[in-house]
Write a new protein. Structure first.
Lengths: 323, 333
């Protein structure tokens, strides 16, 4: 264990967003994030929309060129290298199974495209066998290979998306909200499949979602993001039961628990207001505008992301006071 | 008990599409009393939204109620003309939709859209209507209401827009508010704000709420009673505690087993409901859930079971319950 497969250091991803030539404006989608993922582990990433969790996932795969910072895969710095050999090892499953599959390609070709690009099959027959094997792995069967995406339901399409990612036999998969477009009864099927594939193939996941209950279920460690920053990171149990950051606390208290007695006795911390615009984030601690404990210090100095107990990190000035 | 506020009896509703008849609602029966909060849960296509829309008289042109009755607050909704319906809609019953981004008109100001509702249903002057609109925005917790009235929907955030939608829905203090997945498009912290607001308002103006959602967490914390729908049919109905702690239908049980719970102490493997939702164009003959059910019997594939009453207000349609009732002495079957 504890072999770091993926690591990012001080990663920044800014998007240009208008402004004048001399004074360009930037959206700081990911701002100075450092984290690592061990081999065979699932790191969950939660946060509200616009907090930069998807951008972080995509930047790690270099689908966006990072503005600053470093990305390591298996000890190698991949921030500026040719990605083609690494695409075999790092893959992604997208959020929307309706938009991420080419409607004019058959399922066999969607899954087979990666096999072609990386020249993994010496001849047509092996290619076909590989595709069928992949489809069977995700719970589809060989006759599905000649059909088109529109003939499938949402859950089945997501399975195709997963088969596509698995085609190159990767070590690391970024799962970008893979189940949020699916019905409740189908979500569990896909979540279980992710778990089974991990056991079987030793996969490492970065699991991005806004639903903390699902993330908690599948992850070993969880990171919470707010406006481009990582505010807290800990083991799943630790994060749910012993979180220290005021944002994490309110996030956890806001989640309705599917149990009438528990959810009615639960004390809710209702946050005031909305998430500020990432174009013009608050100075100092970005959460201060909605935080009950905010002081002058929070306005002036950005809190450091520090280790509060072994393996538990948080970024807040007033941790001692709050807890 | 007094007269129910809403009484839907054996409603059948179909959409006639080029591909054939889609039986969206198949014998739906619901009763609701003043002040109730009813949750309707189910997956997409289960008919939860259609049930609510039919109370509002908002059915697409190819849809038709082909059986049953809907009584609301002394009106027989399914026999009203469009004109009569307009008087009730927005006045005695109103609705908030799922997506606040698309349900407000982008080319009118917030003030314009709220006063439109007020002036349509009361004979207030423009000025009075604006005052009332300001009052409403205050009520739903929007700060600087005067300024907001002059703004356009795009200037507001998602949570704010949903508050505006609620303000519009409450303009005439309806007896019944239908909330169709009101927080699905919102973030968790904003969702908590909106749900809190709805519960507060319910106390303040004594209205009933129908909460349509697929999130079992929301119904657990908000609703008194829950109807679980599957393939256009209410498969189980009961008090919130009954549904969560003593579920009787296999589908309800399956749903509860398949969702992860945040506060679980130990990792529990999720038990998914296998298979895919029903194709309503060709629904199976017997119980619609039978093809996905673990305890499916021969009779389930042939015939739809009647409701079995576990208690007076907890009932479910499943052959297994009929069998249990029969074993006990058969007084219910």
């Amino acid at each position: 264990m504890s072999h770091k497969l993926v690591e990012v250091k001080n990663l920044k991803q800014y998007f240009h967003a208008g402004g004048s030539f001399l004074k360009p404006k930037y959206i700081k989608a990911v701002d100075d994030v450092s984290l690592y993922i061990n081999k065979g582990e699932t790191l969950g990433l939660v946060g509200e929309s616009g907090c930069g969790k998807t951008t972080l996932g995509r930047t790690i795969l270099r689908l966006y060129e990072p503005t600053a910072g470093k990305i390591f895969f298996d000890g190698q710095d991949i921030t500026h290298v040719n990605m083609l050999p690494y695409r075999r090892k790092m893959q992604i499953v997208f959020q929307d199974p309706y938009a991420s599959l080419d409607p004019r390609m058959t399922v066999g070709d969607i899954v087979g495209e990666a096999i072609d690009i990386h020249k993994l099959a010496p001849n047509k027959k092996t290619r076909r066998d590989m595709i069928i094997q992949l489809l069977e792995k995700v719970g589809l069967n060989s006759e599905h290979a000649n059909r088109y995406p529109h003939e499938f339901s949402g859950g089945q399409r997501q399975r195709i998306g997963i088969a596509r990612a698995l085609a190159v036999n990767p070590e690391f998969i970024v799962c970008d909200e893979p189940i949020s477009a699916l019905d409740v009864s189908i979500q569990a099927q896909v979540v279980n499949m992710f778990e089974e594939l991990q056991e079987e193939m030793g996969l490492t996941y970065l699991f991005i979602a806004h639903d903390l209950s699902v993330v908690r279920h599948i992850s070993h460690r969880i990171g919470v993001m707010y406006l481009g920053k990582l505010v807290e990171l800990a083991d799943d149990y630790e994060l749910v039961f012993h979180c220290v950051h005021p944002y994490t606390k309110s996030l956890i208290s806001a989640i309705p628990i599917p149990d009438p007695v528990q959810s009615r006795s639960k004390k809710r911390i209702i946050l005031e207001g909305d998430v500020p615009s990432p174009l013009n984030p608050p100075s100092g601690c970005r959460f201060r505008t909605r935080c009950r404990y905010a002081t002058k210090l929070c306005e002036e100095v950005e809190p450091e992301f520090r280790e509060v107990s072994p393996g538990h990190f948080a970024a807040c000035h007033h941790l001692d006071k709050i807890n | 008990m007094s007269e129910p506020l809403l009484n839907i009896q054996h409603e059948r509703l179909s959409f006639f599409t080029p591909a054939g008849e889609v039986k969206a609602l198949n014998d739906v029966t619901i009763q609701m009393y003043q002040g109730d909060v009813l949750g309707i849960v189910g997956e997409s296509g289960s008919g939860k939204s259609v049930t609510a829309y039919s109370i509002m008289g908002l059915i697409a042109h190819n849809g038709k109620i082909i059986g049953g009755t809907i009584d609301f607050n002394g009106h027989r909704i399914n026999e009203l003309t469009e004109k009569e319906m307009q008087k009730i809609r927005g006045n005695e019953v109103s609705i908030i939709f799922q997506d606040p981004m698309t349900s407000l008109n982008p080319v009118f100001t917030i003030g314009n859209q709220i006063t439109e509702v007020i002036r349509l249903h009361t004979n207030k002057s423009k000025k009075e209507a604006l005052e009332r609109a300001e009052e409403l925005l205050n009520l739903v917790g929007i700060n600087e209401p005067k300024k907001r009235l002059k703004q356009y929907p795009h200037e507001l955030s998602g949570g704010m827009r949903q508050r505006v939608m609620i303000a519009m829905a409450l303009a005439c203090e309806p007896k019944l508010l239908i909330a169709d997945e009101p927080t699905t498009a919102l973030d968790v912290t904003i969702q908590a704000q909106i749900l809190e607001l709805m519960m507060e308002l319910r106390q303040k103006i004594d209205m009933s709420i129908i909460m349509i959602t697929h999130d079992l967490g929301i119904v657990a914390s908000m609703c008194d009673k829950i109807a679980v729908m599957y393939a256009g049919k209410i498969v189980e109905y009961g008090k919130t505690e009954d549904i969560f702690y003593n579920p009787k239908h296999e589908y309800t049980r399956g749903l509860l087993r398949s969702i992860p719970v945040l506060t679980e102490k130990e990792h529990r493997k999720l038990v998914p409901i296998e298979g895919t939702p029903v194709d309503l164009l060709n629904p199976p003959k017997g119980c619609p859930f039978a093809p996905r059910c673990n305890s499916c019997m021969k009779i389930c594939l042939r015939e739809m079971p009647e409701y079995t009453y576990i208690t007076e207000d907890h009932y479910s349609a499943c052959w297994l319950l009929q069998k249990e009732a029969y074993m006990k002495g058969g007084e219910n079957s």
